[in-house]
Ligand binder design. Structure first.
Ligand code: ADP
Ligand code: MG
Ligand code: ZN
Length: 639
């Protein structure tokens, strides 16, 4: 059901509803007798004969098919027939079941001759069989139609096709994957060339394609083909694009669907869709299955089942886990998934043998942004002198999707001004527009913000470089990542125990960011949230659990009982702990400020370097501050 999912012009649902409404309306009007609120009763044939002979009957309506007749009683005689007062204008009739048409005919002829009966006899071509069928089944039909309507609503209702068609009710448990067959859609396909930057991610994904194309090469050496890879990264960085490129380049069938396609109102649907997906995939193996936005199903399962848990989603996830275990390692199905919330995924999904490979797709840095600009500038008519480098510089923190947006917006702005090509000014106003629109939502930053973040990150780097026990620095960046606006990477040393000095130095380096902001911009910002959180937790654990302060030496108030609402220490101790935490952090903050003031010049150089290059490595820091005078800790231990 991939591209040949054309809309059938067939019976539109709306018409079906109108039809049902009309039928019901007709039935309603017709079922009531034409005499409105007339009095009526059933009578036997003998009674009927008596009424006719007494001249009470005005007209007769005969329904030969059912052998019934309806005798309309004269208004003034109705009271006698019904033994109660009846308004002559109201009308009245009796319903009678008779034996044979001939006998009835003879009787009526005789009575007409005797002038007992002078009215008309009308033979009715009955539709009452139909009427009664409709009466019996109409409501049922109505319910069915209503049910179909609800089903369609819930399953997205994106198809005008026939009931039971691809999206119909009878296929609720079928997987909704889009299948791109081998070699299909050659002309529209996305290739790796369309994905700019992301070299690391591209390479890993290409390797997966390679596994499928040439599995023998790997299995001969005893290697196992991976089962799944997870593309993780912020929105708009090209995860879906990469998967599309895989579909375009891999010479195998490619199933693609979104995590939310599993989720349905009905219990069990998700799980059966998962089963169906894997059944199809096994038939087509070797193949690739891509689940976009997998967090819709892969969210961590609730810890306490029953309370606010989503059982349906959990059973879908369980089914997915089971299926991923179910196919053998070399059965030739490789799962790809994308998410921007790897942190909320269930741990079981990420364990070895499932999505054990994580491919990080991060926001692009300066050079990558340039490459992405080049991809998206291709289809535009641009001014020859346009400086792509400048554009890349003007767009710190932009994702690939934002850049695509800038290019499009610039073209629209140029068109609005009736230009023949898109110029630098158009691009700059597009950038402004997008910054204005996105600022609050994403991590796009202004030049001022960029400088503050650079100051902050340079603060961490400067302080840690000049502290003996801080972890050695690897890389500093101001490209936003996750919740943080920038990041400094350290090489954590493998160690079993940590000394108090190491902890204090790390705390000091962590506070270096805010200290730099305060010293060099004059105000402090929200950018230090994560730092402060880490420092506070660290200080509490040092003082309350590790007994590392002078005021509370060698005391551990750690309590490993999960639900303990009572503190294992007195009110007084609690106050003391708080005071010690405050003191420890204030001390380290002061120490960070002292180091920064001491190394002010180096810090300024580092900041400028960060603003220019966005990413700097340990060598650059070394170039500014010189080699660290201390041996690295591992050497220290050896010596
Ligand atoms: P997500 O990571 O949220 O799945 P998408 O893959 O849907 O992001 O990217 C959205 C759009 O942004 C793409 O269609 C493409 O136009 C553009 N884009 C994102 N990253 C890149 C990139 N690395 N190279 C070229 N274009 C990109
Ligand atoms: Mg996506
Ligand atoms: Zn920081």
């Amino acid at each position: 059901m991939s591209s040949n999912n054309k809309k059938k012009p067939g019976l539109s649902l709306t018409w079906l509803y109108v039809g049902v409404a009309l039928v019901l309306g007709y039935l309603f009007v017709n079922s009531g007798d034409s005499l409105g609120g007339a009095a009526s009763k059933t009578a036997n044939y003998t009674e009927f004969k008596k009424y006719v002979q007494q001249g009470y009957v005005q007209d007769i309506e005969v329904n030969p098919k059912e052998r019934t007749l309806r005798a309309v009683i004269k208004g003034d005689k109705a009271g006698e027939v019904f033994k109660q007062r009846i308004d002559p204008k109201q009308g009245a009739y009796v319903e009678v079941q008779y034996g044979s048409d001939e006998k009835l005919q003879d009787f009526l002829d005789a009575e007409q001759e005797k002038k007992h009966f002078t009215g008309n006899v009308e033979y009715k071509q009955s539709d009452s069989t139909l009427t009664s069928i409709l009466w019996n089944f109409g409501p049922l039909l109505f319910i069915i139609v209503f049910w179909i309507f609800i089903m369609r609503r819930m399953s997205g209702g994106n198809s005008g096709g026939s009931i039971g068609g691809p999206m119909g009710i009878f296929n609720v448990g079928k997987s909704r994957a889009t299948l791109v067959e081998k070699g299909e859609g050659k002309d529209t396909k996305v290739t790796f060339k369309d994905v700019a930057g992301q070299e690391g991610a591209k390479q890993e994904v290409q390797e997966i394609v390679e596994f499928l194309k040439n599995p023998k090469k790997y299995t001969d050496l005893g290697g196992k083909i991976p089962k799944g890879a997870l593309l993780v990264g912020p929105p708009g960085t090209g995860k879906t694009l990469l998967a599309k490129a895989v579909a375009g380049e891999a010479d195998v069938p490619f199933f693609s669907l979104s995590g939310s396609d599993f989720v349905e109102m009905f219990v069990g649907v998700g799980a059966s869709r998962v089963r169906d997906l894997f059944r199809q995939a096994k038939e087509k193996s070797p193949c690739i299955v891509f689940i976009d936005e997998i967090d819709a199903v892969g969210r961590a399962r609730g810890k306490n089942p029953g309370i606010g848990g989503n059982d349906e989603r959990e059973s879908t996830l369980n089914q997915l886990l089971t299926e991923m275990d179910g196919f053998g390692t070399n059965s030739g199905i490789i799962m790809l998934a994308a998410t921007n919330r790897a942190d909320i995924l269930d741990k079981a999904l990420l364990r070895a043998g499932r999505f054990d490979r994580q491919i990080h797709v991060d926001l692009p840095d300066l050079n990558e942004r340039k490459a992405i600009f080049e991809v998206h500038l291709r289809p535009l008519k641009i001014d020859e002198t346009l400086d792509v480098d400048l554009l890349a510089r003007q767009t710190p923190g932009f994702s690939g999707a934002d850049i695509a947006n800038v290019c499009n917006e610039a073209a629209l702005i140029a068109a609005r001004h009736d230009k023949t090509c898109v110029t630098k000014d158009d691009f700059l106003s597009a950038v402004d527009r997008i910054i204005g629109g996105l600022e609050k939502k994403t991590k796009v930053m202004t030049a001022g913000e960029k400088r503050t973040i650079a100051l902050h990150e340079a603060g961490h780097a400067t302080v840690s470089w000049n502290l003996q026990h801080a972890n050695p620095l690897v890389k500093v960046t101001i490209v936003p990542r996750g919740q943080a606006l920038g990041a400094a990477w350290y090489m954590p040393e493998e160690r079993q125990i940590t000394t108090k000095e190491q902890m204090l130095d790390e705390m000091c380096a962590t506070l270096g960011g805010r200290a730099a902001e305060e010293l060099f911009t004059g105000h402090i910002s929200s950018g230090a949230l994560n730092d402060l959180e880490r420092v506070t937790k660290q200080a509490y654990s040092m003082i309350a659990y590790l007994g590392m302060s002078e005021a509370l030496p060698n005391l551990c108030y750690y309590d490993n009982q999960e639900y303990n609402f009572q503190r294992p220490y007195s009110e007084e101790t609690a106050r003391l702990i708080d005071k010690e935490v405050q003191r420890m952090i204030a001390e380290q903050y002061q120490r960070a400020k002292t180091i920064l003031l001491d190394k002010q010049e180096g810090h300024a150089q580092l900041t400028q370097l960060l603003v220019d290059r966005e990413v700097i490595l340990a060598e650059d820091v070394e170039g500014i501050f010189g080699k660290r005078p201390w041996a690295s800790r591992s050497e220290e231990l050896m010596g």
